[in-house]
Design a protein around this ligand. Sequence first.
Ligand code: ASP
Length: 329
Amino acid sequence: MKNPLALIASAAVLSTASLGLHAQDFPAGKPITIVVPFAAGGPTDRVARDLAEAMRKPLDGTSIVIDNAAGAGSTIGNAKVARAKADGYTLLLTHVGMATTPVLYRKLPYNYETDFEYLGMINDVPMTVIGKPQLEATNFRELREWVAKNAGKTNLGNAGIGSASHLCGLLLQSELKAEMTTVPYKGTAPAIADLLGGQIDLLCDQTTNTTGQIEARKVKPYAVTTLKRLSTPALKDLPTLDESGLKNFQVTIWHGLYAPKGTPAPVLKKINDALKVALKDPEFVKKEEGLGAVVVADGRVEPAEHKKFVQAEVARFGPVIKAAGVYAD
Ligand code: ASP
């Protein structure tokens, strides 16, 4: 009979070896899932699908599938990835919510600093204030008057507490000193559908979701949330909120890629390398720019810089959110 201790030792060697081989072989023909914590058809979903397309080639043609784990302002999807197997086959693509939810939620089922591997940032995206097609206001000044007259009756959609639309809406309400009824959705794809149907009045959403609707004149565009007007042809005539009377109003959001904590370093390196290739893919860059987004081309494509940036965003949004006095359990 073999020595049981020797058996245990050889099993340990084997499993380490197979783990090493596995990390080395990644992605080994197995599909990768990118969890998007918002509804399909919205702006986060769109960047994930376009990025997946661009990352496929540098990851040896591996298929990358999107899993829309939407709800609770991105915290459901974030938690799903924090608990997923740390093998590189489950990733998270999310936005500024990574930095707003730690401030907004009293309890979160994950820790944004210790439960994730940061893989690099993807883009910076401005937002736009848009209204339902039935609104008579033709510019932001008229919209302001309409909101004042309809105090308490204006419905403002968002993608849940901690979402970009929620953050933008909070700032907008505080600047306008107007109380609005907020209507949460699982993403801004369903919110925009209700805006088109006139069920809600206003929405603040990423240009990557609104440019097409603005171009097709299906919604009323009022302003962009950058300090300078955008150069994107479809959006270049849209005034800024700053020039429309809300001095220094600025909200630009961003997207980043994450893996569960403990994903092996060689796997993280392969994904980060593929991300960097994708961010230079001319097709991907063209799509993003056409929708008013700017693809990240600075140090934030590196994991350490990405994490530092998110920590700085938590520090930046903390006081703003605290001043607004909004919390979720
Ligand atoms: N645009 C959404 C937000 O407001 C997210 C989404 O639907 O992708 O955060």
